[in-house]
Design a protein around this ligand. Sequence first.
Ligand code: C2E
Ligand code: MG
Ligand code: MG
Ligand code: MG
Length: 268
Amino acid sequence: QAKQHGRQVTRYFDPVIEAQINQHGQIERALALALSADQLRLYYQPIVDMERKVLGYEALLRWSHPELGMVGPDLFIAVAEQSGLIVPMGEWVIAMACQQLVAFQKCPVLAEQTIAVNLSARQLAQADLVDNIKRMLQSSGAPANRLKLEITESMLLTDIDKTREKLQELTRLGIRFSLDDFGTGYSSLSYLKKLPLSQLKIDQSFVRELLTDPVDAAIVKTILQLAKSLGLSVIAEGVELEGQRKVLADMGCREFQGYLFGKPNPLE
Ligand code: C2E
Ligand code: MG
Ligand code: MG
Ligand code: MG
């Protein structure tokens, strides 16, 4: 059978690799269906200030799978990214966030709150990203200055000039940008100089052992000082303990996200 496929096709006979490829293919097919079969959900996790007042939410994608139940992004984002499905999925996320922001406007307490959406590398590379977001803002009537977009360092490696242009254009609309998982990627500090960012998110890996590991404490302190000098705000991710919140606050952190304040949940 391998012969039939000719030379251009690589065949794997390693059962482990073959199983992985089959599984990948299965997830990909099911995921394509998920989008059309209304199986995607957005969970929202609060971001709070020093008084635990909710400033906004991060929207996090879930897949309500008919057999597996609620599936987290770790299982499908990579597959969606490789197959390109992340582009229509990501658009769906932004459209939902816009809808939600419009609903927020009807309630005085919620009207000020922001929604942050994670952008994928593939989305950021799309030539029509800016037009698509403009269109979604216009058709929904969502306030652009309540929408935040999270990008990561590792997705910025290609064509930084094009990326900057896109971010600048979106910034002019009122959208704000956060650099997610800060410190875990390639951390070229020149991104901080070149891109119109308003916020850094300290990765949860630095917060996890903040109370016991002096290296993590030093890194967190340095990120906070750097952000202060650059006029950027900071969110600490993965805050689970009051002790962590206290140390972060003492170091100058003013915004927090983590299980201590709330897990990601349906907005209701
Ligand atoms: P992220 O953007 O860094 O999101 C934060 C992750 O940390 C979420 O995982 C959240 O549930 C988890 N988290 C928050 N607080 C705590 C805590 O106190 N302790 C612990 N252990 N974890 C906490 P989640 O929802 O599984 O998402 C994982 C990643 O998947 C996200 O990381 C993001 O990179 C990606 N992702 C999620 N939704 C989307 C999406 O709509 N589009 C794209 N492109 N990526 C997404
Ligand atoms: Mg994020
Ligand atoms: Mg993060
Ligand atoms: Mg992450």
